[in-house]
Design a protein around this ligand. Structure first.
Ligand code: SPD
Length: 283
C-alpha cells in the first residue's frame, strides 16, 4: 500500500466531499469496498462503498446523537438491538448505561468489524471486550423477522446509506418488524439521513415512521465528514416518548462524559427541522 497522500472523495450529485491522507487499507469484502484513510484533522476515517461512515475526530457527533436521546429518556432498558454499527461506536455509547444487560449487534459484514477493531479501535474501545455485547454476523432484516415479539427495549439502526444491499433497512416492512420487536415503551432510534444531501430518502424515512409508529420525532445536527454536514436521527415509539426530559439524573451523568450531546443541545436539535422539510411532510 502506498504511503503517498491522496484525496479520497464521496461523490454526490456533482459534488464531492473529500479527505486527503494516506490509505491504510483498501479491501473489497463480500458486500462492499472498505477504505480507511488517515487524515491530518479527522484522524482515521472509514469509507464504505464510496460513502464516509465515521472518523476518529467526528464520530461522537453521530454516535452520541443516535444513542442518548433514546436511552437517557427511558426508565426501563436492558435489552438492546443494534442493526449495523460495525465500528462499535453505538455499542460503546449504549454500554455507558449500567441497566443495559444485553446488546445484540447484528452486522452483515464481518470485515467492517475486523477492520474497525484493527484500524479504528478507539471507536469501539472497551465495548469490544464487554460481556454484555454479543456480535452476530447476520442480515439485520432477517434478524428482525426471526426475533420474537416485544423482545427489545431499544433498537438502533446504525446503517449505511440506501444501496442495493441496505435498501430493505429503509422499508415499511422492516420498520413494522422493528415495532413488533419492541417492548411497550420501547424506542426505535435510527439515523435518518440528511435533509439536504439525501432529502428524498430523509422524507421517506420520516413519513414511514410517522405512519407506522404512534409517535416519531426527528433531531438535526452535524456530522462534519458527511455530504453537506447536516444530518438527522429519528426516534419512534408506540409510547409517548419524552425525549426532552430535563433534570433527569441519568441524563446529567451521561452529559458529563459526552463530547457533543447534552440536554440543551438535544432540545434545540429537536426544533431544527428545516422549513422545507416541514412543508413537504405536511403536503
Ligand atoms: N452517509 C453515511 C451514513 C452512515 C450512517 N452510519 C454510520 C456508521 C457509524 N457507526
Amino acid at each position: 500500500m502506498s504511503s503517498i497522500n491522496q484525496w479520497i472523495d464521496e461523490y454526490h450529485k456533482g459534488s464531492r466531499f473529500g479527505l486527503n491522507g494516506e490509505i491504510l487499507i483498501k479491501k473489497t469484502s463480500k458486500y462492499q469496498e472498505i477504505i480507511v484513510v488517515e487524515n491530518e484533522y479527522y484522524g482515521k476515517a472509514l469509507m464504505l462503498d464510496g460513502c464516509w461512515m465515521t472518523s476518529l475526530k467526528d464520530e461522537k457527533y453521530y454516535h452520541e446523537c443516535l444513542v442518548h436521546p433514546a436511552l437517557s429518556s427511558m426508565d426501563e432498558k436492558s435489552n438492546v438491538l443494534i442493526i449495523g454499527g460495525g465500528d462499535g461506536g453505538t455499542a460503546r455509547e449504549c454500554l455507558k448505561y449500567s441497566q443495559i444487560s444485553n446488546i445484540d449487534l447484528v452486522e452483515i459484514d464481518e470485515e467492517v468489524i475486523k477492520i474497525s477493531k484493527q484500524f479504528l479501535k478507539e471507536i469501539g474501545g472497551e465495548a469490544w471486550n464487554d460481556k454484555r455485547l454479543k456480535i452476530h454476523i447476520d442480515d439485520g432484516v432477517k434478524w428482525v423477522k426471526n426475533t420474537r415479539d416485544k423482545f427489545y427495549d431499544v433498537i438502533f439502526i446504525d446503517c449505511s446509506d440506501p444501496s442495493e444491499f441496505s435498501n430493505l433497512l429503509f422499508s415499511d416492512s422492516f420498520y413494522s418488524d422493528c415495532k413488533r420487536l419492541l417492548t411497550k415503551k420501547g424506542i426505535l432510534a435510527t439515523q435518518s439521513e440528511s435533509p439536504e444531501s439525501f432529502k428524498n430518502i430523509h422524507i421517506s424515512i420520516l413519513k414511514s415512521l410517522k405512519k407506522i409508529f404512534r409517535v416519531s420525532e426527528t433531531m438535526y445536527s452535524f456530522v462534519p465528514i458527511y455530504p453537506s454536514g447536516i444530518w438527522s436521527w429519528t426516534f419512534a415509539s408506540e409510547d409517548v416518548i419524552n425525549l426532552s426530559k430535563q433534570n433527569c439524573n441519568e441524563a446529567l451523568r451521561i452529559e458529563k462524559g459526552c463530547e457533543i450531546w447534552n440536554l440543551n443541545f438535544q432540545n434545540a436539535a429537536f426544533k431544527m427541522m428545516p422549513n422545507k422539510i416541514v412543508k413537504e411532510l405536511n403536503s
